[in-house]
Design a protein around this ligand. Sequence first.
Ligand code: PRE
Length: 189
Amino acid sequence: MATRIPMNNESVSSTAGTTRSIGRLGPLADVVIERIRVSDEVAASKFGTASPIEDPVREEQVLEQVKKQADAAGVNPDAAVAFFRDQITASKVVQKGLFARWTAHPEEAPTTRPDLGQIRVRLDRLTTDLLQELKNTERLRDKPVACEVQLALAIRSGAALERLDPLHRQALNVATRSVCRSSGPAGQR
Ligand SMILES: O=C(O)C(=O)C[C@]1(C(=O)O)C=C[C@@H](O)C=C1
């Protein structure tokens, strides 16, 4: 059966602000980039406070939500958890990079402190969106070569269109490293 390829201006994810990245993994890349961008706000909420970048209790909550929702949505929970561990690692890459930048250049540090509780509500919504995209792309992600081609297209176009700097590109690479091996049986790649 032919898989329908969404047009570039068509939003598959319900809450992604813009769908810009190219190809069949474009909508997934868009939500990944949106989550990476939210990491800037997480960093701004913590910088100069006693809150550490790493919060293992919150990470467990995120991964528990992922397991439950993946099960309910019919997405492989182990693959979903692996993918979300990468999202969390990517967020920490951004936060650590920004902390270092703001410490070295205090004039670039944020002047307002967003509320972490509200940001986490948005992150929880992005969890749902990302799981939906994992579901939507399951069959493609089972095909290693096609998946890698589409992934390269999506992340390169997304990074260029969003004008991501090297720090955020690094985070995007981390966040997408398990996309093409997450849904297939073990040993497929
Ligand atoms: O919620 C936070 O405090 C974050 O920093 C976000 C996040 C995540 O990506 O979900 C990242 C690192 C923390 O260890 C916990 C969670």
